[in-house]
Design a protein around this ligand. Structure first.
Ligand code: HEC
Length: 245
């Protein structure tokens, strides 16, 4: 499967989280590792998109492997991230399949969040894995909802239980809004033009319909804010929240 940003968040995770309050300091003391690995890999749960302040729909699962790539049981893994974000649990020992699962709550600031998972080798060398998730602010959430309602059926090649994708039936293929290689080259003015007036406004296919009568200026701006934030690689002007050291 392609490692694309996941738009799955409204399905399961409208649980408001009082970030930080779930764990008292000291509650995680004295986790003694019984195993040590050489590598840390992401099994699932990276590259998710969720609203600010919410728990992401999928847990983040990481795996510790030894030099031969075999899963290591009982290795200590610690998660860290920018202020305001939190993990439940923030650390733990890997299970019999070498994995540790944690629930990630995003902070209150919209932007791209870089998280880190760490384990250490038998020789006390630290091994780090970086994970990225995206928090949508209010404007981007409006954009996400408009995308789901009007755009995703053509622009998202993946079907969901609620919606069958029309993407593969189109003669000219639209890009998923995560495809920064294409969308980052378009200016805001070009996006406004093609969304408002349809493909022909930019000498593109009329299969891209005009939305100027359906959507307000504010709604088109919300769509653009959303498209800019989820783009991969990142759009240069989009907010970045760095993980703490
Ligand atoms: C009926 C299918 C369809 C729908 C619905 C649709 N589009 Fe498109 N869109 C297209 C097609 C096809 C293209 C490619 C045109 C071309 O390259 O000639 C396109 C192109 C675009 C582009 C240029 C980048 C690219 O993907 O090639 C943007 C931006 C865009 N659409 C935004 C939107 C937005 C925002 C919505 C929802 C408000 C939307 N589209 C809804 C079919 C659709």
């Amino acid at each position: 499967m392609m490692n694309r940003w996941r738009r799955t968040f409204f399905a399961a995770s409208l649980i408001l989280v009082s970030a930080g309050c779930t764990h008292k300091p000291g509650a995680v003391a004295a986790l003694k590792p019984t195993g040590f690995g050489a590598a840390l890999v992401e099994s699932s749960g990276g590259k998710q998109i969720g609203p600010t302040g919410m728990v992401l729909a999928q847990p983040l699962v990481v795996q510790v492997n030894d030099e031969q790539g075999t899963a290591v049981t009982g290795a200590l893994v610690e998660f860290s991230g920018p202020a305001g974000a939190s993990f439940d649990p923030p650390s733990g020992l890997t299970d019999s399949s070498g994995q540790l699962s944690t629930n990630v709550a995003l902070g209150g600031t919209a932007g791209r969040y870089q998280f880190a998972a760490r384990t250490s080798t038998k020789a006390q060398k630290s091994v780090e894995l970086k994970i990225e998730e995206i928090a949508l602010g209010y404007q981007e959430q409006v954009g996400f909802q408009l995308d789901s309602k009007y755009c995703a059926r053509c622009h998202d090649p993946e079907s969901t239980p609620e919606r069958v994708s029309n993407h593969d039936n189109l003669e000219v293929k639209p890009h998923p809004f995560t495809e920064g290689d294409t969308l980052n080259k378009m200016s805001d003015a070009e996006l406004i033009a093609i969304i408002g007036h349809g493909g022909p406004a930019l000498n593109k296919s009329a299969l891209m319909p005009p939305y100027g009568y359906t959507l307000s200026k504010t709604e088109i701006e919300a769509l653009i804010a959303y498209i800019r934030l989820i783009s991969d690689p990142p759009y240069h002007a989009s907010g970045m929240v760095y993980a703490q050291k």
